[in-house]
Design a protein around this ligand. Structure first.
Ligand code: EPZ
Length: 421
């Protein structure tokens, strides 16, 4: 069944919204259960499609799963296959996160090449090069990565040409079971990578340099890990999306169950745009701005401004008092939301990886189409202030990464409903 979201603009927001667990932490943590000799429970799991897809993949490999509320227990002692098939991987490219753990545990595996997606070609060359440096034999056969390391992976020194989040996570997991010490240089420092390292250290893996760009990991020589239960950290991108909803409607709202430190680049940018905050230990209240000031944004790896917030800020910049420049530095095609925003009256010009966003725009409702996860949320933010009722179609993109989005927005007072196409 296909649905769309119908949003009537012009409504101020009020109240508070509770942020769910981070999709981009839940995914590597699910993959890491393949390294465990015992069943473990992941709590504060977001109820989103991508998490369900990866859980399904683990069950297809033979793992057993039970869930209660937003906790998922996974037992991979029953895993009897090391082949992650195309049908599931094509639905969710982060399934490539099973490559490192499967290879480290079984000494061989076949994982479908992830498809590209709307925001870019999304290569995995850095994942594969790193595994080869650890002694793996990698072949690409009929769209599958066929990897072999019959004597296990060996510790190595790996310098990443580019910072890659899932590439770092894949190799950190592989190195945890490797024979010897692996030194990783130029890895991602995202909070989700840090949580994965913390979980592995809890399980007895010695890792030095957590939170920095350089790690040293002492492998277990193939010994499976005694993993402990873990609570998934809050989703800083969902949190940032709701802060932008407060900002674009110039409302006072509070987001709860967050780690403010993880949002520093986002709140700093909003401060530059004229907003102020009341920041608690696990909550942030955004206060309306007198006027919304234009800003310049350049996306970069954590702790820089997150690419996953670029689309949302583009929608916000249409309401600023002047022209803003947004530079997308990580992905080659992450401007799919621009044409849809232009259809709502936005004045945006693209030149290469840079977007010039005119301010003082009266957005008008329209039928628009979501193209990827974060682009969809930008269309919702625009619809909150557009004149009339906007229909956002293809919202299966949203359901991949936002839990109960219309329920949370309705609770904040937005005029939004999910209707059948
Ligand atoms: C992760 O994707 C996130 N996904 C993305 O979030 C996020 O946008 C991205 O990191 C950047 O922060 C998950 O964590 C599941 P990358 P990932 O490898 O790991 C190039 C969302 O909305 N690259 O860090 O796939 C790549 O082309 C999603 O939740 C190579 O060239 O991103 C890109 O230009 C969207 N070769 C850059 O590195 C490689 O082998 C960063 O990509 C790997 C990556």
């Amino acid at each position: 069944m296909l649905y769309y979201l119908s949003i009537k603009g012009g409504q101020k927001l009020k109240g508070s919204v509770s942020i769910s667990g981070a999709k981009n932490s839940a995914l590597p943590l699910l993959a890491s259960t393949l390294l465990s000799k015992n069943k473990i429970t992941l709590s504060n799991m977001p109820n989103v499609v991508d998490v369900k897809t990866l859980t399904k993949l683990l069950e297809n490999l033979g793992a057993t799963k039970s869930s209660e509320g937003n906790s998922v227990s996974i037992d991979t002692t029953t895993v009897d296959s090391a082949c992650a098939n195309y049908d599931i991987v094509r639905k969710m490219r982060a399934s490539i996160l099973t490559l490192g753990p499967l290879l480290a545990r079984f000494g061989h595996c076949e994982v479908s090449m992830p498809g590209g997606c709307a925001i870019g070609q999304r290569p995995i060359d850095l994942h594969l090069k790193a595994l080869e440096l650890m002694g793996a034999k990698i072949e690409l056969k009929q769209g599958y990565v066929v990897a072999k390391a019959p004597e296990g992976l060996k510790g190595a020194t790996i310098i990443f040409d580019k910072v890659t989040v899932t590439g770092s996570e894949n190799i950190i997991m592989a190195a945890s079971l490797a024979n010897g010490v692996t030194k990783l240089v130029n890895i991602a420092k995202e909070p989700e990578v840090v949580q994965l390292c913390e979980v592995l250290m809890e399980a007895g893996v010695s890792i030095e340099g957590v939170g920095t760009a350089n790690l040293s990991i002492v492998g277990s020589y193939g010994e499976l890990l005694d993993m402990k239960d873990v609570k998934v950290i809050p989703d800083r991108i969902e949190a940032g999306t709701y802060l932008c909803a407060g900002a674009i409607t110039n409302s006072k709202i509070t987001i709860t169950n967050v780690i403010p430190k993880h949002l520093e680049s986002i709140t700093l940018k909003l401060r530059q745009m004229g907003f102020d905050f009341e920041i608690g230990e696990n909550s942030i209240t955004i206060l309306p701005a007198g006027k919304i000031k234009a800003c310049d944004i350049e996306t970069s790896e954590y702790p820089g401004f997150p690419t996953d917030m670029q689309a949302q800020f583009m929608a916000l910049c249409t309401q600023a008092n002047d022209t803003s420049i947004i530079d997308e530095r990580l992905f080659e095609n992450r401007f799919m939301h621009v044409s849809e925003l232009v259809r709502m009256g936005a004045n945006i010009k693209l030149k290469g990886h840079s977007a010039t966003v005119g301010g003082n725009t009266d957005l008008i409702s329209a039928d628009v189409m979501a193209t990827d996860l974060r682009a969809s949320s930008a269309l919702i933010l625009a619809a909150l202030v557009a004149k009339g009722t906007t229909k956002v179609h293809r919202i299966y993109h949203l359901d991949r990464g936002y839990e109960n989005l219309e329920g949370k927005f309705s609770a904040l007072g937005a005029n939004i409903e999910r209707l059948e196409e």
